[in-house]
Design a protein around this ligand. Structure first.
Ligand SMILES: Nc1ncnc2c1ncn2[C@@H]1O[C@H](COP(=O)(O)OP(=O)(O)OP(=O)(O)O)[C@@H](O)[C@H]1O
Ligand SMILES: O=c1ccn([C@@H]2O[C@H](COP(=O)(O)O)[C@@H](O)[C@H]2O)c(=O)[nH]1
Ligand SMILES: [Mg+2]
Length: 215
């Protein structure tokens, strides 16, 4: 994978045709869980930045494998060029594969889960790939997130679902991700959803917000 930017067209996707929703929240807040449900009901493509990075980490011949592994274990943010390129490739593939279906004429809907995590990523993606229409921020306490991660860690096999990595991921969330959330709040694009309740309760609030966006 080359991270060389395509400078022929900026942004690559027109936000009037391609709807992008960023889904943010601390580690274990439930972003992936809610995105899976929304994608199914509202015909969104769900792209988890973390999942794309893990797949690239495990791809034979990837020059970024070691870098990604270290960042994930340490709870730090992978340089934006890598993550943005992975997202851009995944979006292009999805649009290409759906041109004969509901997404005709290059239209599309993307839930981008766990991205942008840092200000440089937010600015670069909005400017060069596609500007987000909405930013959902799932909020709850670290205690709730910790319990969810501990439970998930029993079976997830994720290298970062351990006490040491979780502590670092919480710190990164506060130091790097919160400024991104404040940025979108100032732009009037932020919707905060309390995710302390059950999966179904949180989904009710989330699906209402997505319904409003699409109406
Ligand atoms: N509202 C909820 N109530 C109870 N458990 C939940 C809720 N939402 C998600 N979970 C569980 O919590 C764990 C973490 O959820 P999920 O993987 O969706 O979080 P995430 O925000 O994507 O985390 P990460 O940032 O680490 O990828 C999972 O085991 C999931 O089943
Ligand atoms: O934009 C991103 C998103 C994620 N990362 C790294 O991946 C891990 C895991 O992400 P999850 O969303 O929890 O699956 C995250 O802690 C970062 O290390 C990233 O660098 N950039
Ligand atoms: Mg997740």
């Amino acid at each position: 994978m080359s991270t060389k930017a395509d400078e022929s067209q900026h942004p690559k996707f027109n936000s009037r045709k391609v709807t992008v929703v960023y889904v943010l929240g601390g580690p274990g807040a439930g972003k992936g869980t809610q995105c899976t449900k929304i994608a199914k009901e509202f015909d969104f493509c769900h792209l988890s930045a973390g999942d794309l990075l893990r797949a690239e980490q495990n791809r034979e011949g990837s020059q970024y494998g070691d870098l990604i592994r270290t960042c994930i274990r340490e709870g730090t943010i992978v340089p934006m060029e890598v993550t943005i390129k992975l997202l851009e490739i995944a979006m292009s593939k999805e649009i290409e594969s759906r041109t004969s279906g509901n997404w005709s004429n290059g239209k599309g809907r993307f839930l981008i889960d766990g991205f942008p995590r840092k200000m440089d990523q937010a600015v670069a993606f909005d400017e060069t790939v596609c500007s987000a229409s909405l930013v959902i921020h799932f909020t709850t306490t670290e205690d709730v997130m910790l319990q969810r991660l501990k439970e998930r860690g029993k079976t997830s096999g994720r290298e970062d679902d351990n006490d040491e990595s979780i502590k670092k991921r919480f710190r990164t969330h506060i130091e790097q991700c919160m400024p991104v959330i404040q940025h979108y709040s100032k732009l009037g694009k932020l919707l905060e959803i309390d995710c302390s309740g059950s999966i179904d309760d949180v989904y009710e609030l989330t699906s209402e917000a997505i319904g409003r966006l699409l109406s």
